[in-house]
Design a protein around this ligand. Structure first.
Ligand SMILES: [Zn+2]
Length: 282
């Protein structure tokens, strides 16, 4: 399959951007805010400087020619290569969709109550978060903690509108979920697939399912138990088709291992949620 370089430009965010920024800094090019995984005006200016130095067209877009010039300076380009399917066999491969797991129950609120404990809650919508709930008593203090996932070190966390770098790789999740999420990321890493994760979008988040405002138990999102996490949300938005194999942000290749590790993929929900992985059994 022919390889193309994915163009990085202003507005992009994530580990690809971070890798590029680190490279630019290693080249002695000044980056005003350092490497933060966010391709803004400073990174644009730094790319322009690099292009000028290399005698390339100076446009601040880090595309194919810039990447090739950078590779000559030791730049690592692996997650930049976006194969474009051309032949019918390649198109077939790109459209391949993981089959539903046969080894896992479809995760429901009852399953989560059973695995992670039942909590009492009240509906607490806020401006900008009509799905918010508040969990009562000591359930959060007793069950939710911060745990380090080494593969998430240096990733960008996009769960709020201001993205941040995960400098210590910590996520907030259920204490029983932590070892499972850890096992999942290390299985993905062993399979050479962890670079499919471009950025993290959160785990524990007490709320109703997106789009619902009736605070009945059946509408609770499994993020409320800290047993589900989201990644690559832009490319796999809820209710939309998920990214196909070879496309930026595709998560399909991660699904088989996730199922083996006890995680159900949101791409298999009735209302497709391709960014979402959640624990269906412990
Ligand atoms: Zn989710």
């Amino acid at each position: 399959m022919p390889k193309f370089f994915y163009t990085l430009k202003r507005g992009h965010i994530g580990s690809d951007v971070l890798r590029l920024q680190k490279f630019l800094i290693s080249q002695g090019i000044h980056l005003q805010f350092g490497a933060d995984g966010d391709f803004g005006p400073a990174t644009h200016a730094a790319v322009e400087q690099f292009q000028q130095r290399e005698g390339l067209l100076v446009d601040g877009l880090f595309g194919h020619n810039s990447a090739i010039a950078a590779v000559a300076w030791g730049y690592e380009n692996t997650s930049f290569e976006e194969p474009i399917p051309r032949t019918s066999a390649e198109i077939q491969e790109a459209l391949r969709f993981p089959s539903k797991p046969t080894n896992l129950p479809r995760p429901t609120q009852q399953v989560s109550d059973q695995l992670f404990g039942e909590f009492q809650y009240e509906y607490a919508p806020s401006n900008g978060n009509p799905q918010r709930i508040r969990i009562l008593n000591n359930w959060v203090a007793d069950n939710i903690g911060r745990f380090q996932i080494p593969q998430l070190l240096g990733m960008v966390d996009r769960q709020s509108s201001s993205p941040r770098l995960m400098v210590n790789g910590e996520i907030r999740c259920h204490r029983l979920a932590a070892p499972r999420i850890l096992a999942l990321f290390s299985a993905w890493e062993t399979a050479g697939l962890v670079n499919r994760v471009l950025y993290y979008v959160g785990c524990f988040n007490p709320r109703l399912k997106r789009g619902t405002i009736n605070p009945v138990r059946a509408n609770l999102s499994n993020h409320s138990w800290g047993s589900a996490f989201d990644i690559n949300s832009q490319e796999n938005w809820i209710g939309r088709p998920d990214a196909i194999i070879g496309a930026r942000g595709c998560l399909r290749e991660l699904v088989r291992i996730a199922n083996e590790e006890g995680f159900y993929w949101g791409g298999h929900f009735g209302n497709k949620d391709g960014m979402h992985f959640e624990i269906a059994e412990l």
